[in-house]
Design a binder for this molecule. Sequence first.
Ligand code: SF4
Length: 235
Amino acid sequence: MLTLKLKFLKALYKFYDQYAKNFSSVCTPGCATCCTHNVLITTLEGVHILFYLENRGKLRLLEKLHSTNYLRPSVTPNQLAHYCIHKIEPPEDDSFIISPCPFLTNGKCPIYEVRPFNCRSLFSEKKCHLGGEAFIHPLLLTVNMIFTQLLEQLDNSGLYGNMLDVLSFLANEENLAVYMKGKTPNHTPGLLPNKPLPGFLCPPEHQLEVEKILKEISHIEREGKNINQCIKLVY
Ligand code: SF4
């Protein structure tokens, strides 16, 4: 099942990368202003990165992943959607600072090919302020939220949190073994259990476009299985 989920993860990345080409951006190779230590990912995305590093003999890069005062989310994307749908004020994240991503090496990302969705979805229409604030087209912002919700749903037995916490969690062999068996790992500081999709967070003006995207995604198949077997795509 994990292998299939990884294939769907890659398929969703591929779909998104293609879709995002419809939006103009000022992002250029070598610009790493938005590369901060506040990247949020799922455990499935973490495993994708881990296997990539392992296959290339680059696991030592994990030793670089130290930082302090980074963002630890108080809710997952689907929890946030739940709060918003039910008009409940979500809990605030603890305070954090902006600091460069510890993966950055000479201004470049050594895991660019497998960078998590949080990184691949930052397409800024204007030059970012130092510290990482991007100016994203409102429709793309909605689509980004839809994808983060789908990725959480895809990793339904996994966890969500800061990339530093997720990778440190998965670097532990026992944790990885539990996760690979499809079991929900025990609560770990900084990490939240992924939640089911409560409905999509989408403003009315973007509904038609989102429905179109979901319909296209619903045709994705890998290993003779349809993505609908792993994630709920009904709007
Ligand atoms: S993982 Fe790579 S793309 Fe993402 S913030 Fe770090 S250096 Fe930048």
